[in-house]
Write a new protein. Structure first.
Length: 113
């Protein structure tokens, strides 16, 4: 909820901070430097947002791998496709919120172990 409020009050600027932090969390959990904020923003601008839609799909797949790795209930097989469709209709913010929720569950599981 805090993210939504900050994004609205900063006219979307906070969304980029949120993405940067989400990329950082994913890289730590994946133990690979796969997500690059500057690559994401550059390619998203060059491709008029299509790279971001692709990125939402890939992130969904990686979250499913992390759920398996850390013994959490895995999202349905259709999770990446659903995030892709949601993003195609311009609601990528919803997909990002779902991603963040799943990442938070993984981090909470790690802290409890």
């Amino acid at each position: 909820m805090k993210t939504i409020v900050l994004t609205v009050f900063t006219f979307g600027f906070y969304y980029f901070i949120w993405q940067y932090r989400q990329f950082k969390q994913l890289n730590i959990l994946l133990e690979v430097n796969h997500h690059s904020f500057f690559k994401w923003i550059f390619l998203s601008v060059i491709t008029l947002g299509f790279y971001h839609i692709y990125h939402e799909y890939v992130t969904s797949q990686q979250i499913m791998l992390l759920q398996t790795k850390f013994g959490l209930k895995e999202s349905p097989e259709s999770f990446p496709i659903l995030c892709l469709i949601i993003s195609l209709f311009g609601m990528f913010f919803v997909s990002d919120m779902v991603h963040q929720e799943e990442i938070n569950k993984i981090i909470k599981k790690i802290k409890l172990d």
